[in-house]
Design a protein around this ligand. Structure first.
Ligand code: PHB
Length: 386
């Protein structure tokens, strides 16, 4: 009787370990995104896009089940290091996916670099993440702050602007966006007569709009996104400036915001790595699937979330689910052409997308494609030694 019991126990143990060997562990994805505050809608669109891509692969990444651990980072850099450490040290995630805000993303990149954790950035453009902080385990599915801004500097010159005023939130993304615009605008002989800014996430634009009216530049260049972009576009029109001074922006100004901005956004020109009317079979299929699943239209953030999942799937397939094989993961992703709704792209050596930047114009509820402002634009990756 006793012997029989031991045999049974042993059999149970064997069966348990066998079933463990047959069912590979789930991939633990740490989603660190803003779910509250001025960038909340951006975080949701990124998660939607990420989940859509996984759903299209049968709910798995490279055949592995997924477990999400989610953190609302509130776009608050002062809480970022604690938040990311919780995901890495307490929850032991296999990969970090985040975030929207450049200041928070820099804290994530630091922890990823220090601990060797895989990080895929699905929005934040902080130049340094694929510049001086570049690392074999850090990837970006979105853009660098420099990319759309530099393209808009060229567009402004081509449209004949000579004097510009810039206005943005005072933090890495705003500063770098203005810097990118300035680089191309000055190269083309333009002059920036004043840089205006306010602290993130403030929306008290009135005094600054009064200053723009008195400076009378040929154009205004701006970086705002999310809730702040909605209010800025409305206030710019309400101040009577829209009629007299063209407002140019990095495309975030009018992406995911058009329902709320209404006619005040109509006609605005922006530059971005996505547009609402690309008309390719790939993008049409993506837009239809997204609209069906979420009952709303996709935007650039949804695309970037979708492509973050594609990057993860490509790397995971190459290492057959063993995410500790960082070098093999990286080399597969570096060789891959990512089949993005924005158009196919590859990552640079610094792991930032090399991509077409589109000039778009708001027409009704769409960022309509006007032209390709710069084809295959690569971030200069200043300071990256990799
Ligand atoms: C950023 O902080 O890098 C950022 C935030 C919102 C955007 C784009 C960039 O839409």
């Amino acid at each position: 009787m006793k012997a029989h019991r031991i045999t049974l126990l042993a059999a149970c143990a064997m069966a348990a370990s066998l079933s463990m060997a047959q069912t590979p562990a789930k991939i633990k994805v740490g989603l660190m995104l803003p779910y509250t505050g001025t960038y909340a809608a951006l975080g949701i669109a990124i998660e939607n896009g990420f989940r859509l891509q996984i759903a299209e692969q049968g709910g798995k990444i490279a055949g592995r089940e997924i477990e999400f651990v989610k953190v609302d980072d509130e776009s608050d850099p002062s809480k970022a290091t604690d938040n990311v450490n919780k995901l890495v040290k307490r929850d032991n995630v296999d990969v970090l996916v985040g975030t929207v805000h450049s200041g928070v993303a820099m804290a994530m990149a630091k922890v990823a670099k220090d601990t060797g954790t895989l990080l895929i950035v699905p929005n934040a453009g902080a130049d340094i993440v694929t510049g001086a902080m570049c690392a074999p385990n850090i990837f970006r599915s979105s853009f660098s702050n420099w990319q759309p801004a530099y393209a808009m500097g060229e567009v402004a010159i081509k449209k004949g602007a000579k004097k510009a005023v810039t206005i943005t939130h005072k933090y890495a993304a705003g500063d770098e966006s203005v810097k990118g615009f300035r680089e191309a605008f000055e190269k083309g002989g333009g002059q920036i007569v004043k840089d205006l800014s306010l602290p993130f996430p403030g929306v008290e634009f009135q005094a600054l709009l009064t200053e723009i009216a008195s400076l009378k530049p040929d154009v205004v260049y701006t970086f705002f996104a999310g809730g702040a972009a909605v209010k800025f576009v409305k206030d710019y029109a309400a101040a009577g400036l829209k009629k007299s001074i063209p407002l140019y922006g990095a495309g975030f100004l009018t992406d995911g915001t058009l329902d709320a901005q209404g006619a005040d956004a109509d006609g605005l020109f922006t530059t971005l790595h996505y547009a609402d009317s690309l008309g390719t079979a790939r993008d049409n299929a993506f837009r239809l699937a997204y609209a069906k699943t979420y009952k709303m239209q996709p935007d650039v953030y949804a695309v970037q979330g979708y492509d973050a999942a594609q990057i993860l799937a490509i790397g995971t397939a190459a290492v057959k689910g063993d995410l500790s094989k960082k070098a093999e993961f990286a080399s597969a992703v570096e060789k891959a052409k990512i089949d993005s709704p924005r158009g196919p792209f590859m990552l640079s050596k610094a792991h930032n997308p090399v991509q077409d930047i589109y000039l778009r114009q708001v027409t009704g509820k769409e960022n309509k494609l006007v032209s390709v402002a710069i084809k295959g634009l690569a971030d200069p990756a200043r300071g990256c030694k990799m």
